[in-house]
Design a protein around this ligand. Structure first.
Ligand code: ADP
Ligand code: MG
Length: 152
């Protein structure tokens, strides 16, 4: 696990930009952390890094927001309001397996609620730290973190 200090909103966005610039299609980013921890902020950075100019907001009425304007597609999910059966019904694996879906980056907020996980993924836990700052704890499961130039 790699810990990164995020002193302000810009730092969270910058981490996301790094992801958006470097990750390959089929990458799954599982975002964990309390309400207000910075998950959506990180996804907004990913969008920026991919070259998406459309504003990125958490999916509320739609279950998945798709952005196709950037280098590769971004699929943004927020499982906060969903029951486990509803999550299962989303057929999430079709996104990371690229079945009938153009492969892209899949960013999932409240990933703690996933009933099953892909074989490989990056997990980012955002944690409230001192004086309103944040900390990101990043774990790479069956994939390389070095692609992000994160060696801390
Ligand atoms: P979540 O999606 O986890 O609920 P948001 O991304 O909506 O959280 O962020 C909530 C607030 O936290 C926003 O106002 C954002 O600007 C702020 N924020 C994000 N990262 C940081 C940080 N590293 N330090 C301080 N505030 C941050
Ligand atoms: Mg959010």
């Amino acid at each position: 696990m790699t810990t990164i200090f995020l002193p302000d909103t810009k730092a969270t966005q910058q981490l996301g930009i790094n992801f958006g610039k470097n990750l390959t299609a089929g990458s799954v980013i599982l975002l964990e952390g309390d309400l207000g921890a910075g998950k959506t902020t990180l996804v907004q950075g990913i969008g920026q890094g991919l070259g998406i100019t459309e504003s990125i907001v958490s999916p509320t009425f739609t279950l998945i927001n798709e952005y196709t304007e950037g280098r590769i597609p971004l699929y943004h999910l927020d499982l906060y309001r969903l029951e486990p059966q509803e999550v299962t019904g989303l057929n999430l694996e079709s996104y990371w397996e690229g079945i009938e879906v153009t492969p892209g980056i899949i960013a999932i907020e409240w990933a703690e609620r996933m009933p099953y996980l892909p074989d490989s993924y990056l997990k980012v836990c955002l944690i409230h730290a001192e004086n309103g700052t944040r900390q990101a704890e990043i774990t790479a499961v069956n994939c390389e973190l070095s692609i992000l130039n994160i060696y801390i």
